[in-house]
Design a protein around this ligand. Structure first.
Ligand SMILES: [Ca+2]
Ligand SMILES: [Zn+2]
Length: 608
Protein backbone atom coordinates (compact mmCIF):
# COMPACT_ATOMS: atom_id res chain seq x y z
CA UNK A 1 0.00 0.00 0.00
CA UNK A 2 2.70 2.44 0.96
CA UNK A 3 4.59 1.91 -2.24
CA UNK A 4 1.61 2.02 -4.51
CA UNK A 5 0.60 5.30 -2.96
CA UNK A 6 4.02 6.70 -3.60
CA UNK A 7 4.09 5.52 -7.16
CA UNK A 8 0.80 7.18 -7.86
CA UNK A 9 2.12 10.42 -6.46
CA UNK A 10 5.21 10.30 -8.64
CA UNK A 11 3.23 9.57 -11.72
CA UNK A 12 0.82 12.33 -10.94
CA UNK A 13 3.63 14.78 -10.62
CA UNK A 14 4.95 13.75 -13.98
CA UNK A 15 1.47 14.19 -15.36
CA UNK A 16 1.21 17.64 -13.86
CA UNK A 17 4.53 18.59 -15.38
CA UNK A 18 3.37 17.31 -18.72
CA UNK A 19 0.51 19.73 -18.40
CA UNK A 20 2.92 22.54 -17.73
CA UNK A 21 4.91 21.47 -20.71
CA UNK A 22 1.87 21.14 -22.91
CA UNK A 23 0.96 24.70 -22.14
CA UNK A 24 4.35 26.06 -23.03
CA UNK A 25 4.77 23.61 -25.88
CA UNK A 26 3.63 26.09 -28.47
CA UNK A 27 7.25 27.13 -28.77
CA UNK A 28 8.08 23.70 -30.14
CA UNK A 29 5.88 23.54 -33.15
CA UNK A 30 4.74 20.29 -34.62
CA UNK A 31 5.61 18.53 -31.42
CA UNK A 32 3.05 19.18 -28.73
CA UNK A 33 -0.29 17.79 -29.84
CA UNK A 34 -0.67 14.08 -30.39
CA UNK A 35 1.89 12.75 -27.93
CA UNK A 36 0.37 14.61 -25.06
CA UNK A 37 -3.12 13.65 -25.97
CA UNK A 38 -2.13 10.01 -26.20
CA UNK A 39 -0.58 10.12 -22.76
CA UNK A 40 -3.27 12.12 -21.11
CA UNK A 41 -3.36 12.54 -17.38
CA UNK A 42 -6.31 10.21 -16.87
CA UNK A 43 -4.84 7.38 -18.95
CA UNK A 44 -1.69 7.27 -16.93
CA UNK A 45 -3.50 7.69 -13.70
CA UNK A 46 -6.08 4.99 -14.23
CA UNK A 47 -3.42 2.55 -15.38
CA UNK A 48 -1.56 3.05 -12.14
CA UNK A 49 -4.58 3.23 -9.93
CA UNK A 50 -6.08 -0.01 -11.17
CA UNK A 51 -2.94 -1.74 -10.00
CA UNK A 52 -2.39 -3.49 -13.31
CA UNK A 53 1.24 -3.99 -14.02
CA UNK A 54 1.31 -1.68 -16.94
CA UNK A 55 4.17 -2.78 -19.14
CA UNK A 56 4.35 0.69 -20.53
CA UNK A 57 6.26 2.77 -18.04
CA UNK A 58 4.88 6.23 -18.44
CA UNK A 59 7.86 7.74 -16.65
CA UNK A 60 10.25 6.48 -19.27
CA UNK A 61 8.23 7.79 -22.13
CA UNK A 62 8.21 11.15 -20.46
CA UNK A 63 11.91 10.97 -19.84
CA UNK A 64 12.53 10.55 -23.51
CA UNK A 65 10.08 13.24 -24.36
CA UNK A 66 11.54 15.72 -21.95
CA UNK A 67 15.08 14.77 -22.83
CA UNK A 68 14.37 15.68 -26.39
CA UNK A 69 13.72 19.23 -25.30
CA UNK A 70 15.92 19.31 -22.24
CA UNK A 71 13.15 19.09 -19.71
CA UNK A 72 14.10 16.03 -17.72
CA UNK A 73 16.98 17.79 -16.05
CA UNK A 74 14.86 20.66 -14.98
CA UNK A 75 12.68 18.57 -12.78
CA UNK A 76 15.30 15.99 -11.77
CA UNK A 77 12.53 13.55 -11.07
CA UNK A 78 13.07 11.01 -8.38
CA UNK A 79 11.15 8.47 -10.36
CA UNK A 80 13.39 8.48 -13.38
CA UNK A 81 14.17 4.97 -12.30
CA UNK A 82 11.11 3.31 -10.86
CA UNK A 83 12.98 0.55 -9.05
CA UNK A 84 15.46 2.81 -7.48
CA UNK A 85 12.70 4.95 -6.19
CA UNK A 86 11.04 2.06 -4.45
CA UNK A 87 14.20 0.98 -2.68
CA UNK A 88 15.05 4.52 -1.86
CA UNK A 89 11.69 5.19 -0.25
CA UNK A 90 12.22 2.01 1.75
CA UNK A 91 10.70 1.73 5.17
CA UNK A 92 9.63 4.89 6.81
CA UNK A 93 9.19 5.16 10.53
CA UNK A 94 5.76 4.41 11.89
CA UNK A 95 5.79 7.99 13.11
CA UNK A 96 4.68 9.08 9.67
CA UNK A 97 1.33 7.34 9.59
CA UNK A 98 -1.82 9.31 10.35
CA UNK A 99 -5.29 9.13 8.92
CA UNK A 100 -5.93 12.84 8.96
CA UNK A 101 -4.26 16.19 9.51
CA UNK A 102 -6.00 19.21 10.96
CA UNK A 103 -4.41 22.64 10.59
CA UNK A 104 -6.08 25.48 12.48
CA UNK A 105 -4.72 28.82 11.28
CA UNK A 106 -4.85 31.91 13.46
CA UNK A 107 -4.32 34.99 11.30
CA UNK A 108 -2.22 37.60 13.09
CA UNK A 109 -1.60 35.35 16.10
CA UNK A 110 2.21 35.59 16.02
CA UNK A 111 3.62 34.34 19.31
CA UNK A 112 1.01 36.12 21.40
CA UNK A 113 -0.47 32.85 22.63
CA UNK A 114 2.10 32.87 25.41
CA UNK A 115 0.99 36.31 26.63
CA UNK A 116 -2.65 35.52 27.29
CA UNK A 117 -4.64 32.62 28.79
CA UNK A 118 -5.06 29.81 26.25
CA UNK A 119 -6.39 26.92 28.35
CA UNK A 120 -7.34 24.88 25.30
CA UNK A 121 -4.01 25.13 23.52
CA UNK A 122 -2.38 24.31 26.88
CA UNK A 123 -4.33 21.08 27.29
CA UNK A 124 -4.28 20.01 23.62
CA UNK A 125 -0.52 20.39 23.35
CA UNK A 126 0.42 19.36 26.91
CA UNK A 127 2.28 16.40 25.41
CA UNK A 128 2.91 18.02 22.07
CA UNK A 129 5.70 19.78 20.24
CA UNK A 130 5.76 23.58 20.38
CA UNK A 131 7.93 26.46 19.25
CA UNK A 132 7.59 30.22 19.51
CA UNK A 133 10.62 30.68 17.29
CA UNK A 134 9.27 29.57 13.93
CA UNK A 135 9.79 32.13 11.17
CA UNK A 136 7.14 33.11 8.69
CA UNK A 137 7.76 34.19 5.09
CA UNK A 138 8.74 37.67 3.96
CA UNK A 139 6.88 39.87 3.45
CA UNK A 140 4.87 38.98 6.56
CA UNK A 141 1.52 39.34 4.80
CA UNK A 142 -1.34 36.85 4.85
CA UNK A 143 -1.42 35.56 1.26
CA UNK A 144 2.35 35.28 1.11
CA UNK A 145 2.49 33.41 4.43
CA UNK A 146 -0.59 31.18 4.06
CA UNK A 147 0.64 30.52 0.53
CA UNK A 148 3.97 29.31 1.92
CA UNK A 149 2.27 27.14 4.53
CA UNK A 150 0.03 25.52 1.93
CA UNK A 151 2.45 25.29 -1.01
CA UNK A 152 5.76 24.49 0.72
CA UNK A 153 7.71 27.35 -0.86
CA UNK A 154 8.53 31.01 -0.25
CA UNK A 155 6.51 33.75 -1.99
CA UNK A 156 8.90 34.28 -4.90
CA UNK A 157 7.91 30.80 -6.03
CA UNK A 158 4.17 30.66 -5.29
CA UNK A 159 3.78 34.35 -6.21
CA UNK A 160 0.61 34.80 -4.18
CA UNK A 161 -0.38 38.24 -2.92
CA UNK A 162 -3.38 39.53 -0.96
CA UNK A 163 -5.03 40.82 -4.11
CA UNK A 164 -5.02 37.38 -5.74
CA UNK A 165 -8.25 37.19 -7.64
CA UNK A 166 -8.16 34.03 -9.71
CA UNK A 167 -7.88 30.33 -8.81
CA UNK A 168 -4.41 28.98 -8.11
CA UNK A 169 -3.13 27.65 -11.44
CA UNK A 170 -3.33 23.90 -11.94
CA UNK A 171 -0.15 23.98 -14.00
CA UNK A 172 1.92 25.55 -11.24
CA UNK A 173 5.16 23.79 -10.34
CA UNK A 174 4.24 24.30 -6.69
CA UNK A 175 1.09 22.35 -5.80
CA UNK A 176 -0.54 22.91 -2.42
CA UNK A 177 -0.45 20.09 0.08
CA UNK A 178 -4.16 19.69 -0.64
CA UNK A 179 -3.33 18.85 -4.22
CA UNK A 180 -0.55 16.45 -3.23
CA UNK A 181 -2.92 14.63 -0.90
CA UNK A 182 -5.70 14.64 -3.47
CA UNK A 183 -3.38 13.11 -6.07
CA UNK A 184 -2.56 10.29 -3.65
CA UNK A 185 -6.06 9.75 -2.28
CA UNK A 186 -8.61 10.37 -5.03
CA UNK A 187 -11.56 9.59 -2.77
CA UNK A 188 -10.49 11.29 0.45
CA UNK A 189 -12.58 14.03 2.00
CA UNK A 190 -10.65 17.30 2.06
CA UNK A 191 -12.13 20.42 3.61
CA UNK A 192 -11.21 24.07 4.08
CA UNK A 193 -13.17 26.61 6.14
CA UNK A 194 -12.12 30.22 6.04
CA UNK A 195 -12.94 33.58 7.45
CA UNK A 196 -10.71 35.14 4.76
CA UNK A 197 -12.13 33.55 1.64
CA UNK A 198 -9.10 34.32 -0.54
CA UNK A 199 -7.55 31.12 0.84
CA UNK A 200 -10.40 29.18 -0.72
CA UNK A 201 -10.76 31.18 -3.90
CA UNK A 202 -7.11 31.81 -4.73
CA UNK A 203 -4.65 29.80 -2.65
CA UNK A 204 -6.03 26.23 -2.48
CA UNK A 205 -6.58 24.93 -6.01
CA UNK A 206 -10.05 24.55 -7.46
CA UNK A 207 -10.88 21.41 -9.43
CA UNK A 208 -9.41 19.05 -6.83
CA UNK A 209 -12.60 18.40 -4.94
CA UNK A 210 -11.90 20.27 -1.72
CA UNK A 211 -15.04 21.05 0.24
CA UNK A 212 -14.77 24.81 0.77
CA UNK A 213 -16.88 27.08 2.91
CA UNK A 214 -16.50 30.60 4.27
CA UNK A 215 -18.04 32.75 6.98
CA UNK A 216 -17.26 36.31 7.91
CA UNK A 217 -16.70 35.78 11.61
CA UNK A 218 -14.74 33.21 13.55
CA UNK A 219 -17.68 31.99 15.65
CA UNK A 220 -19.55 31.20 12.45
CA UNK A 221 -16.51 29.52 10.90
CA UNK A 222 -16.33 27.32 14.01
CA UNK A 223 -20.01 26.48 13.71
CA UNK A 224 -19.54 25.46 10.07
CA UNK A 225 -16.65 23.20 11.06
CA UNK A 226 -18.56 21.61 13.95
CA UNK A 227 -21.55 20.90 11.71
CA UNK A 228 -19.31 19.45 9.04
CA UNK A 229 -17.58 17.13 11.51
CA UNK A 230 -20.96 15.76 12.54
CA UNK A 231 -21.05 13.57 9.48
CA UNK A 232 -17.65 13.87 7.76
CA UNK A 233 -14.23 12.44 8.43
CA UNK A 234 -11.81 14.61 6.45
CA UNK A 235 -8.28 13.47 5.63
CA UNK A 236 -7.35 17.15 5.56
CA UNK A 237 -9.08 19.90 7.46
CA UNK A 238 -7.88 23.49 7.21
CA UNK A 239 -9.53 26.23 9.23
CA UNK A 240 -8.70 29.92 9.11
CA UNK A 241 -9.60 32.35 11.93
CA UNK A 242 -9.24 36.05 11.13
CA UNK A 243 -10.44 37.90 14.23
CA UNK A 244 -7.02 38.17 15.92
CA UNK A 245 -5.60 39.95 12.88
CA UNK A 246 -8.56 42.31 12.88
CA UNK A 247 -8.02 43.15 16.55
CA UNK A 248 -4.29 43.56 15.95
CA UNK A 249 -4.85 46.02 13.11
CA UNK A 250 -7.39 48.10 15.00
CA UNK A 251 -5.85 48.06 18.51
CA UNK A 252 -2.25 46.95 18.05
CA UNK A 253 -0.74 43.48 18.19
CA UNK A 254 -0.16 42.55 21.80
CA UNK A 255 -2.72 45.09 22.99
CA UNK A 256 -5.32 44.07 25.54
CA UNK A 257 -7.96 43.69 22.82
CA UNK A 258 -5.72 41.65 20.57
CA UNK A 259 -4.71 39.31 23.41
CA UNK A 260 -8.33 38.92 24.44
CA UNK A 261 -9.15 37.88 20.90
CA UNK A 262 -6.35 35.31 20.93
CA UNK A 263 -7.97 33.83 24.04
CA UNK A 264 -11.36 33.83 22.30
CA UNK A 265 -9.96 31.94 19.33
CA UNK A 266 -8.36 29.50 21.77
CA UNK A 267 -11.94 28.70 22.76
CA UNK A 268 -12.90 27.95 19.12
CA UNK A 269 -9.84 25.71 18.80
CA UNK A 270 -10.99 23.84 21.92
CA UNK A 271 -14.49 23.36 20.47
CA UNK A 272 -13.15 21.82 17.26
CA UNK A 273 -10.77 19.59 19.21
CA UNK A 274 -13.55 18.43 21.52
CA UNK A 275 -15.84 17.71 18.58
CA UNK A 276 -13.16 15.49 17.09
CA UNK A 277 -12.78 13.73 20.42
CA UNK A 278 -16.54 13.22 20.59
CA UNK A 279 -16.47 11.72 17.07
CA UNK A 280 -13.55 9.49 18.10
CA UNK A 281 -11.39 10.98 15.36
CA UNK A 282 -8.46 12.08 17.48
CA UNK A 283 -6.41 8.89 17.72
CA UNK A 284 -5.08 9.01 14.18
CA UNK A 285 -5.06 12.76 13.83
CA UNK A 286 -2.12 15.13 13.58
CA UNK A 287 -3.44 18.36 15.10
CA UNK A 288 -1.68 21.65 14.36
CA UNK A 289 -2.28 25.25 15.42
CA UNK A 290 -0.30 27.90 13.56
CA UNK A 291 -0.63 31.62 12.80
CA UNK A 292 0.56 33.23 9.55
CA UNK A 293 2.39 36.18 11.10
CA UNK A 294 2.44 38.50 14.11
CA UNK A 295 2.33 42.28 14.10
CA UNK A 296 3.56 45.49 15.70
CA UNK A 297 2.13 47.37 18.69
CA UNK A 298 1.21 50.06 16.14
CA UNK A 299 -1.15 47.66 14.40
CA UNK A 300 0.69 46.68 11.24
CA UNK A 301 2.58 43.78 9.70
CA UNK A 302 4.41 43.10 6.46
CA UNK A 303 7.83 44.04 7.82
CA UNK A 304 10.66 41.88 9.07
CA UNK A 305 10.72 42.72 12.80
CA UNK A 306 10.62 39.82 15.27
CA UNK A 307 7.12 40.78 16.39
CA UNK A 308 5.93 40.35 12.81
CA UNK A 309 8.08 37.40 11.70
CA UNK A 310 7.99 35.03 14.66
CA UNK A 311 5.15 32.59 15.00
CA UNK A 312 4.06 29.83 17.33
CA UNK A 313 3.67 26.33 15.95
CA UNK A 314 1.94 23.73 18.14
CA UNK A 315 1.61 20.09 17.06
CA UNK A 316 -0.06 17.11 18.77
CA UNK A 317 -0.40 13.51 17.65
CA UNK A 318 0.36 9.94 18.63
CA UNK A 319 3.96 10.02 17.42
CA UNK A 320 4.74 13.64 18.20
CA UNK A 321 7.71 14.23 20.44
CA UNK A 322 6.92 16.23 23.57
CA UNK A 323 9.10 19.32 23.72
CA UNK A 324 10.46 22.11 21.57
CA UNK A 325 10.44 22.05 17.77
CA UNK A 326 13.78 22.83 16.13
CA UNK A 327 14.49 25.47 13.50
CA UNK A 328 11.39 25.91 11.42
CA UNK A 329 9.92 28.05 8.65
CA UNK A 330 6.18 28.38 8.08
CA UNK A 331 6.40 26.45 4.80
CA UNK A 332 7.62 23.40 6.73
CA UNK A 333 4.01 22.82 7.74
CA UNK A 334 3.43 21.52 4.20
CA UNK A 335 6.19 18.93 4.67
CA UNK A 336 4.84 17.92 8.06
CA UNK A 337 1.36 17.39 6.61
CA UNK A 338 2.41 15.15 3.72
CA UNK A 339 4.92 13.30 5.89
CA UNK A 340 2.18 12.51 8.40
CA UNK A 341 0.14 10.95 5.61
CA UNK A 342 3.16 8.93 4.50
CA UNK A 343 3.57 10.73 1.18
CA UNK A 344 6.62 12.10 -0.60
CA UNK A 345 6.70 15.86 -0.94
CA UNK A 346 7.06 17.39 -4.42
CA UNK A 347 10.65 17.95 -5.53
CA UNK A 348 9.84 21.59 -6.09
CA UNK A 349 9.07 22.30 -2.43
CA UNK A 350 11.78 23.93 -0.31
CA UNK A 351 10.26 22.79 2.96
CA UNK A 352 11.31 20.00 5.29
CA UNK A 353 10.14 18.24 8.43
CA UNK A 354 11.88 20.04 11.33
CA UNK A 355 13.59 18.22 14.18
CA UNK A 356 11.56 17.79 17.34
CA UNK A 357 8.18 17.18 15.70
CA UNK A 358 8.07 13.39 15.26
CA UNK A 359 9.85 11.01 17.61
CA UNK A 360 13.12 9.89 16.12
CA UNK A 361 12.91 12.16 13.06
CA UNK A 362 15.71 14.67 12.60
CA UNK A 363 15.49 17.47 10.05
CA UNK A 364 17.24 16.70 6.79
CA UNK A 365 18.96 19.33 4.71
CA UNK A 366 16.58 21.97 3.43
CA UNK A 367 15.78 21.32 -0.25
CA UNK A 368 16.80 23.97 -2.74
CA UNK A 369 14.78 24.61 -5.84
CA UNK A 370 15.78 26.89 -8.66
CA UNK A 371 13.49 28.15 -11.33
CA UNK A 372 14.08 26.27 -14.58
CA UNK A 373 16.20 28.59 -16.70
CA UNK A 374 14.37 28.05 -19.94
CA UNK A 375 10.87 28.44 -18.58
CA UNK A 376 11.17 32.10 -17.60
CA UNK A 377 13.75 34.64 -16.53
CA UNK A 378 14.81 34.33 -12.92
CA UNK A 379 18.20 35.80 -11.90
CA UNK A 380 17.34 35.10 -8.28
CA UNK A 381 20.00 36.48 -5.97
CA UNK A 382 21.96 38.46 -8.58
CA UNK A 383 22.60 42.01 -7.38
CA UNK A 384 22.12 45.10 -9.52
CA UNK A 385 25.43 45.75 -11.33
CA UNK A 386 27.57 48.29 -9.50
CA UNK A 387 28.18 51.78 -10.82
CA UNK A 388 31.87 51.21 -11.54
CA UNK A 389 31.57 47.63 -12.75
CA UNK A 390 31.48 48.42 -16.45
CA UNK A 391 28.10 46.69 -16.46
CA UNK A 392 25.99 49.48 -14.97
CA UNK A 393 23.05 50.92 -16.85
CA UNK A 394 25.06 54.02 -17.84
CA UNK A 395 27.57 51.74 -19.54
CA UNK A 396 24.76 50.85 -21.95
CA UNK A 397 22.88 54.17 -22.19
CA UNK A 398 23.86 57.82 -21.86
CA UNK A 399 22.74 59.19 -18.52
CA UNK A 400 21.08 62.09 -20.38
CA UNK A 401 18.71 59.65 -22.07
CA UNK A 402 17.44 58.44 -18.72
CA UNK A 403 14.60 60.26 -17.01
CA UNK A 404 14.59 57.94 -14.06
CA UNK A 405 16.30 54.67 -13.21
CA UNK A 406 14.71 53.06 -10.15
CA UNK A 407 16.35 49.83 -8.94
CA UNK A 408 13.84 49.24 -6.10
CA UNK A 409 16.68 47.66 -4.14
CA UNK A 410 15.14 48.05 -0.70
CA UNK A 411 14.03 51.63 -1.26
CA UNK A 412 12.39 53.82 -3.86
CA UNK A 413 14.65 56.51 -5.31
CA UNK A 414 16.08 57.56 -8.65
CA UNK A 415 19.63 56.29 -9.15
CA UNK A 416 20.12 57.89 -12.58
CA UNK A 417 18.06 60.82 -13.87
CA UNK A 418 16.91 64.24 -12.75
CA UNK A 419 13.34 63.40 -11.82
CA UNK A 420 12.34 62.43 -8.29
CA UNK A 421 10.71 59.17 -7.38
CA UNK A 422 8.94 58.31 -4.15
CA UNK A 423 7.09 55.46 -2.55
CA UNK A 424 3.39 55.94 -1.83
CA UNK A 425 1.65 53.92 0.86
CA UNK A 426 3.38 50.62 1.51
CA UNK A 427 5.78 48.73 -0.75
CA UNK A 428 7.19 45.34 0.21
CA UNK A 429 10.74 44.72 -0.94
CA UNK A 430 11.31 41.12 -1.98
CA UNK A 431 13.79 39.20 -4.14
CA UNK A 432 13.96 40.84 -7.54
CA UNK A 433 15.35 40.25 -10.99
CA UNK A 434 18.36 42.29 -9.93
CA UNK A 435 18.70 42.76 -6.16
CA UNK A 436 15.32 43.51 -4.63
CA UNK A 437 12.00 44.38 -6.22
CA UNK A 438 8.82 45.99 -4.91
CA UNK A 439 5.58 44.12 -4.35
CA UNK A 440 2.82 46.61 -5.17
CA UNK A 441 -0.25 45.24 -3.36
CA UNK A 442 -0.48 48.07 -0.87
CA UNK A 443 1.47 50.88 -2.48
CA UNK A 444 2.98 52.33 -5.63
CA UNK A 445 5.87 54.31 -7.06
CA UNK A 446 5.50 57.92 -8.15
CA UNK A 447 7.98 59.30 -10.69
CA UNK A 448 7.63 63.05 -11.11
CA UNK A 449 7.72 63.11 -14.89
CA UNK A 450 5.23 64.83 -17.21
CA UNK A 451 5.40 63.52 -20.81
CA UNK A 452 3.81 66.50 -22.61
CA UNK A 453 4.26 65.80 -26.33
CA UNK A 454 7.65 64.12 -26.08
CA UNK A 455 8.57 60.61 -27.05
CA UNK A 456 9.44 58.38 -24.11
CA UNK A 457 9.88 54.71 -23.22
CA UNK A 458 9.36 52.61 -20.11
CA UNK A 459 11.30 49.44 -19.35
CA UNK A 460 10.56 47.20 -16.35
CA UNK A 461 10.45 43.66 -15.05
CA UNK A 462 7.10 42.22 -14.07
CA UNK A 463 6.38 39.19 -11.90
CA UNK A 464 2.76 38.37 -11.37
CA UNK A 465 0.02 35.82 -10.92
CA UNK A 466 -3.70 35.98 -10.52
CA UNK A 467 -5.12 39.00 -12.29
CA UNK A 468 -8.84 39.54 -12.14
CA UNK A 469 -9.43 43.10 -13.29
CA UNK A 470 -7.23 45.56 -15.15
CA UNK A 471 -4.91 47.25 -12.65
CA UNK A 472 -2.37 49.79 -13.88
CA UNK A 473 1.28 48.85 -14.36
CA UNK A 474 2.10 52.45 -15.23
CA UNK A 475 -0.30 55.34 -15.69
CA UNK A 476 -0.99 59.03 -15.18
CA UNK A 477 -4.72 59.04 -15.97
CA UNK A 478 -7.95 58.33 -14.14
CA UNK A 479 -8.39 54.75 -15.31
CA UNK A 480 -12.00 54.55 -14.20
CA UNK A 481 -12.77 55.92 -17.64
CA UNK A 482 -10.83 55.15 -20.81
CA UNK A 483 -11.57 58.55 -22.31
CA UNK A 484 -9.97 60.63 -19.57
CA UNK A 485 -6.74 62.34 -20.48
CA UNK A 486 -3.51 60.51 -20.06
CA UNK A 487 -2.31 56.99 -20.62
CA UNK A 488 -2.27 53.65 -18.89
CA UNK A 489 -0.55 50.34 -19.41
CA UNK A 490 -2.80 47.90 -17.61
CA UNK A 491 -2.34 44.26 -16.71
CA UNK A 492 -5.11 41.80 -17.57
CA UNK A 493 -5.45 38.02 -17.48
CA UNK A 494 -3.74 37.29 -20.77
CA UNK A 495 -2.63 40.61 -22.18
CA UNK A 496 -1.35 44.05 -21.38
CA UNK A 497 -3.63 46.79 -22.56
CA UNK A 498 -2.50 50.24 -23.58
CA UNK A 499 -5.03 53.06 -23.40
CA UNK A 500 -4.75 56.74 -24.22
CA UNK A 501 -7.42 59.41 -23.91
CA UNK A 502 -7.80 63.16 -24.35
CA UNK A 503 -11.14 63.66 -22.61
CA UNK A 504 -13.18 62.74 -25.68
CA UNK A 505 -11.39 60.25 -27.88
CA UNK A 506 -9.63 57.11 -26.73
CA UNK A 507 -7.37 54.49 -28.18
CA UNK A 508 -7.02 50.95 -26.86
CA UNK A 509 -4.51 48.35 -27.90
CA UNK A 510 -4.06 44.87 -26.47
CA UNK A 511 -0.74 43.07 -26.47
CA UNK A 512 -1.06 39.33 -25.66
CA UNK A 513 1.29 38.25 -22.86
CA UNK A 514 3.67 35.32 -23.31
CA UNK A 515 1.69 32.19 -22.41
CA UNK A 516 4.03 31.26 -19.55
CA UNK A 517 4.26 34.75 -18.04
CA UNK A 518 3.16 33.52 -14.63
CA UNK A 519 6.25 31.33 -14.26
CA UNK A 520 8.87 33.95 -13.44
CA UNK A 521 9.89 37.40 -14.66
CA UNK A 522 8.62 39.02 -17.83
CA UNK A 523 10.38 42.05 -19.27
CA UNK A 524 8.12 44.76 -20.66
CA UNK A 525 9.07 47.76 -22.80
CA UNK A 526 6.56 50.46 -23.72
CA UNK A 527 7.69 52.80 -26.48
CA UNK A 528 5.80 56.00 -27.19
CA UNK A 529 7.08 57.39 -30.50
CA UNK A 530 5.48 60.80 -31.10
CA UNK A 531 7.43 61.49 -34.29
CA UNK A 532 6.04 58.43 -36.03
CA UNK A 533 2.76 58.42 -34.09
CA UNK A 534 3.04 54.85 -32.88
CA UNK A 535 2.94 53.05 -29.56
CA UNK A 536 4.98 49.87 -29.32
CA UNK A 537 5.22 47.08 -26.80
CA UNK A 538 7.99 44.52 -26.51
CA UNK A 539 8.08 41.45 -24.27
CA UNK A 540 11.35 39.83 -23.28
CA UNK A 541 13.38 42.02 -25.66
CA UNK A 542 11.51 40.66 -28.67
CA UNK A 543 10.45 42.55 -31.78
CA UNK A 544 8.00 45.22 -30.58
CA UNK A 545 4.39 45.11 -31.71
CA UNK A 546 3.45 48.48 -33.15
CA UNK A 547 0.07 50.22 -33.01
CA UNK A 548 -0.70 53.52 -34.69
CA UNK A 549 -2.01 56.45 -32.69
CA UNK A 550 -5.34 57.44 -34.36
CA UNK A 551 -5.72 60.85 -36.00
CA UNK A 552 -8.01 62.08 -33.24
CA UNK A 553 -5.19 61.69 -30.71
CA UNK A 554 -2.14 62.47 -32.82
CA UNK A 555 -1.64 65.96 -31.48
CA UNK A 556 -2.69 65.36 -27.87
CA UNK A 557 -0.22 65.44 -25.03
CA UNK A 558 0.28 62.34 -22.94
CA UNK A 559 -0.29 64.31 -19.73
CA UNK A 560 -2.75 62.90 -17.23
CA UNK A 561 -4.38 64.03 -14.01
CA UNK A 562 -1.19 64.22 -11.98
CA UNK A 563 2.31 65.68 -12.30
CA UNK A 564 3.83 62.22 -12.31
CA UNK A 565 3.63 58.78 -13.81
CA UNK A 566 2.71 56.11 -11.30
CA UNK A 567 3.89 52.51 -11.28
CA UNK A 568 1.44 50.06 -9.72
CA UNK A 569 -1.43 52.57 -9.77
CA UNK A 570 -3.31 54.87 -12.11
CA UNK A 571 -2.94 58.65 -11.95
CA UNK A 572 -5.41 58.97 -9.09
CA UNK A 573 -3.54 56.49 -6.89
CA UNK A 574 -6.85 54.94 -5.90
CA UNK A 575 -7.54 52.40 -8.65
CA UNK A 576 -7.42 48.66 -7.88
CA UNK A 577 -3.98 47.58 -6.62
CA UNK A 578 -1.52 45.83 -8.92
CA UNK A 579 -1.06 42.22 -7.72
CA UNK A 580 2.49 42.09 -9.00
CA UNK A 581 6.11 42.69 -8.19
CA UNK A 582 8.02 45.21 -10.31
CA UNK A 583 11.75 45.58 -10.65
CA UNK A 584 14.32 47.81 -12.27
CA UNK A 585 12.12 50.53 -13.72
CA UNK A 586 13.76 52.72 -16.37
CA UNK A 587 12.05 55.65 -18.08
CA UNK A 588 13.87 56.91 -21.18
CA UNK A 589 13.59 60.31 -22.77
CA UNK A 590 13.29 58.82 -26.27
CA UNK A 591 11.63 56.13 -28.34
CA UNK A 592 13.86 53.10 -27.91
CA UNK A 593 15.30 51.61 -31.10
CA UNK A 594 16.01 47.97 -31.91
CA UNK A 595 19.63 48.58 -30.87
CA UNK A 596 18.45 50.01 -27.56
CA UNK A 597 16.35 46.92 -26.91
CA UNK A 598 19.36 44.74 -27.69
CA UNK A 599 21.41 46.86 -25.26
CA UNK A 600 18.81 46.32 -22.53
CA UNK A 601 18.90 42.59 -23.16
CA UNK A 602 22.65 42.68 -22.79
CA UNK A 603 22.43 44.77 -19.63
CA UNK A 604 20.13 42.17 -18.09
CA UNK A 605 22.25 39.25 -19.33
CA UNK A 606 18.88 37.95 -20.40
CA UNK A 607 19.71 34.96 -22.56
CA UNK A 608 16.98 32.41 -22.97
CA1 LIG B 1 16.08 45.68 -8.12
ZN1 LIG C 1 -3.36 41.60 8.56
Amino acid sequence: MKNSVKRIISVMLVACMALTFAISASAFEGFGGSLFRALSYSNIFSAEKSGTDANVKPENIYDRTFDAVGFAKIFSLKNQNGEEEETESGDRPASSIYKRVVVLGVDGGGTFFKDTPTPNIDRIFANGAITYEAITSTPSISAQCWGSLLHGVTPEFHMLTNSVSSPFPMDSLFPSYFRVVRDAFPDAELASFNNWNVINTGIIEDEIGVYKDNASDDAKVTELVLNYLDDHDPTLLFVHFDSCDGAGHSSGYGSEKHLKQVSTVDGYIGQIYDKMAEKKLLDDTLFIVVPDHGGTPGGSHGGDSEAEMKIMVAIAGKTVQKGTIGEMAIRDIASIVVYALNLEQPETWTSRVPSGVFKGVEAGERPVYEFPENIRYKNQGQPTPLKDSGKYITDFFNAEEIIGYITLDGETKVDVGDYDAEQRDKLYYVDGYYGQAASMDDGYVKLRYIPNSDSFSVSLWLNTRGIGGDPAIVSNKNWNDGRTQGFVLSLRTSDIKFNLGNGNARMDAEFPLPSDYQNGWTHVILIVDRENNVVKLSYDFGEPISVEIPDSLKSCSFNGVTNSINFGQDGTGSYEPLPATLDDIIVFDKALTADDIAALKEYYQAER
